[in-house]
Design a protein around this ligand. Structure first.
Ligand SMILES: [Cu+2]
Length: 211
């Protein structure tokens, strides 16, 4: 009981840090720093995770979990963070970026697999109700209610952000990355990918998919 209370206090402290926004983390990194980081807090029925990295091409000498396949739209050393919150009200995923092409509209989704040297390595979109036909093109499955879409348009300074909330949580191991596409919507060329350790709350009553 005491241990549980201590764990709760620690998680609350971490959550408060996460709630402070991207600035503290980004400032700690420094502009020229290519390192990446992941923070995770899990207690009872809550789970929180935040990962950030700077994009690098797949051929980079120092590999990054964030890979750019097209530097005109996602320059090397541009920055991304992805945050996941899971609690009794569901799952919220938030993506933030800096250093992208000003004014460009990107399509962004949670995909099934980690990134690789090839843009196709990330596999298809994570789907709550899985389309038996993959790759999925059926709008009954390929839509922002059944998938996690984080489309955004970069501002004049190249920064952007998007958030999505769902009442369901990810299946363990089912979600592996966030992929940036050339255009908004459900498809289009993949221009960058960020490998993200999405998780689940251990005690969360998972809504079971029903077809
Ligand atoms: Cu996608």
């Amino acid at each position: 009981m005491v241990a549980g209370m201590v764990a709760g206090a620690v998680a609350a402290a971490v959550l408060a840090t996460g709630g402070g926004g991207a600035d503290g983390w980004a400032d700690a990194l420094g502009d020229g720093d290519l390192s990446s980081s992941v923070a995770v807090a899990a207690v009872a029925d809550q789970y929180w995770m935040r990962a950030e990295a700077r994009f690098a091409p797949p051929t980079a000498f120092i590999p990054s979990p964030a890979v750019t396949y097209e530097q005109e739209l996602v320059p090397a050393a541009s920055w991304i963070s992805v945050e996941q919150r899971v609690d009794g009200r569901g799952t919220t995923v938030t993506a933030r970026v800096r250093g992208l092409k000003p004014g460009h509209a990107y399509g962004v989704h949670v995909h099934q697999n980690p990134c690789g040297a090839s843009p196709e390595a990330a596999g298809g979109h994570y789907q709550h109700l899985q389309d038996p036909v993959q790759p999925s093109k059926d709008p009954a499955y390929a839509n922002p209610d059944n998938e996690v879409w984080l489309d955004f348009t970069a501002g004049a300074d190249g920064s952007g952000a998007a958030s999505a909330h769902h009442l369901w949580g990810f299946r363990p191991g089912g979600a592996g990355s966030v992929v940036l596409h050339r255009e908004p919507g459900g498809a289009g060329d993949r221009v960058a990918c960020f490998t993200v350790p999405f998780g689940s709350a251990p005690g969360m009553p998972m809504e079971q998919p029903t077809a």
